[in-house]
Design a protein around this ligand. Structure first.
Ligand code: NAI
Length: 346
């Protein structure tokens, strides 16, 4: 039995909570904006310290999705689902069945897919309870499946664009990657193929060690990634990696990564600027995955996805130009553009 509760917040965010007491499943779907279309954003399953912490994360992530989808010129608004990992060993099928019910209850106003802690197999379970889900196994030569390689490609293309802008060669650089999960691994492979050095860290140290071994890089302890002598720092784990404690430690001249909500606070964008570190706003460069999900939904080809993902780096250069022209941080420049795109659609 699932209890659902709805709360509409100021700033027009809606929070749809769901709870399955029998299986100890507690989660929420946050709809941030439907101005451009149904709210699209993945489902995060994480061991949150509290349900309030999950909601807070979901709200920030949903806002980021609205901006991301607008920037990538996709016909979607922004939303996100967060689910607290139940204590101990738990029934994964029950969890995603419960979540599917919550998605279905919204009648298509929210569309889900993978995020941290979920996989294609999980989305297949969700599909048995609702059709409002992407990131499913591709069939008959169509696009779909794990969005991570596309996300990594957009981040990689953005690194190349920044390198060109700064007249530096990626092949002579070292990239420090935080997080050796789905995106971190794909990104490490692309960067290593381009001839750059890799330093990688993950709280799962064996995972980081394996990726390092596979790409010919080195792995370091999770806390040490901020101190590495790397040209580019690539956050590909959870949000908040760029904060008052970590920014002074960075030895990179650029930050380009996939993680959502990399800046812990707005002020951290200014702190990066003061240190002369170029920041590629997360939602501008990590839209490869939603571009692939859009193609899955609308029946676009793999070439369409590739072109759109490669164009992500052009958006980034526009943001950096606006930031130089207006004397604001990249995050401020990007937020202004995104808000304008959403307002125009509304
Ligand atoms: P994932 O769950 O496959 O990998 C995340 C990795 O980060 C895990 O290996 C985890 O152990 C590690 N990690 C967590 N905290 C850490 C810490 N403090 N230090 C080092 N490692 C830590 O997730 P995925 O799919 O690779 O996503 C990574 C990030 O990129 C997330 O923030 C996600 O929201 C974002 N993102 C992912 C997209 C995708 O297509 N998968 C699309 C857009 C954004």
């Amino acid at each position: 039995m699932t209890d659902a509760e709805v709360e509409t917040l100021s700033e027009s965010q809606e929070i749809h909570r769901f709870h399955d007491a029998v299986n100890d499943i507690r989660g929420a779907i946050v709809i941030d904006s439907t101005a451009r279309g149904p709210a699209l954003g993945g489902c995060r399953v994480w061991n949150y310290p509290s349900f309030d912490a999950a909601i807070w994360d979901g709200r920030r992530l949903a806002r980021g999705m609205s901006y991301k989808n607008a920037f990538a010129d996709l016909p979607f608004g922004g939303g996100k689902a967060v689910v607290c990992t139940p204590a101990g060993s738990f029934d994964r099928e029950a969890l995603f069945n419960c979540f599917a019910g919550a998605v279905e209850a919204l009648g298509g106003r929210y569309i889900t897919g993978e995020d941290v802690g979920t996989s294609v197999a999980d989305m297949e379970i969700v599909r048995s309870g609702t059709r409002h889900v992407f990131g499913l196994s591709p069939t008959g030569g169509k696009v779909g499946g794990d969005p991570s390689p596309w996300t990594a490609l957009g981040v990689f293309a953005s690194m190349q664009a920044i390198a060109r802008r700064e007249r530096r060669e990626l092949s002579r650089m070292t990239v420090a990657i935080q997080g050796a999960g789905h995106v971190g691994r794909c990104l490490a492979e692309l960067v290593a193929d381009a001839g750059a050095g890799i330093v990688i860290a993950d709280i799962d140290r064996a995972r980081a060690g394996q990726v390092a071994q596979d790409v010919g890089g080195t792995s370091v302890a999770p806390a040490a990634i901020y101190d590495c002598a790397a040209d580019i720092f690539a956050p590909c784990a959870l949000g908040g990696a760029l904060n008052a404690e970590t920014i002074p430690r960075l030895r990179s001249w650029a930050v380009v990564g996939a993680a959502n909500n990399q800046l812990a606070r707005d002020e951290d964008g200014a702190a990066l600027l003061e240190r002369g570190i170029i920041y590629a706003p997360d939602y501008v460069v990590n839209s490869g995955g939603v571009i692939n999900m859009t193609a899955e939904h609308l029946g676009h080809s793999r070439d369409w996805v590739r072109n759109r993902v490669n164009a992500v780096s052009e958006r980034l250069l526009e943001v950096l130009e606006a930031c130089r022209r207006d004397g604001v941080t990249p995050a401020q420049a990007a937020d202004k553009i995104a808000r304008g795109l959403i307002a125009a659609a509304a």
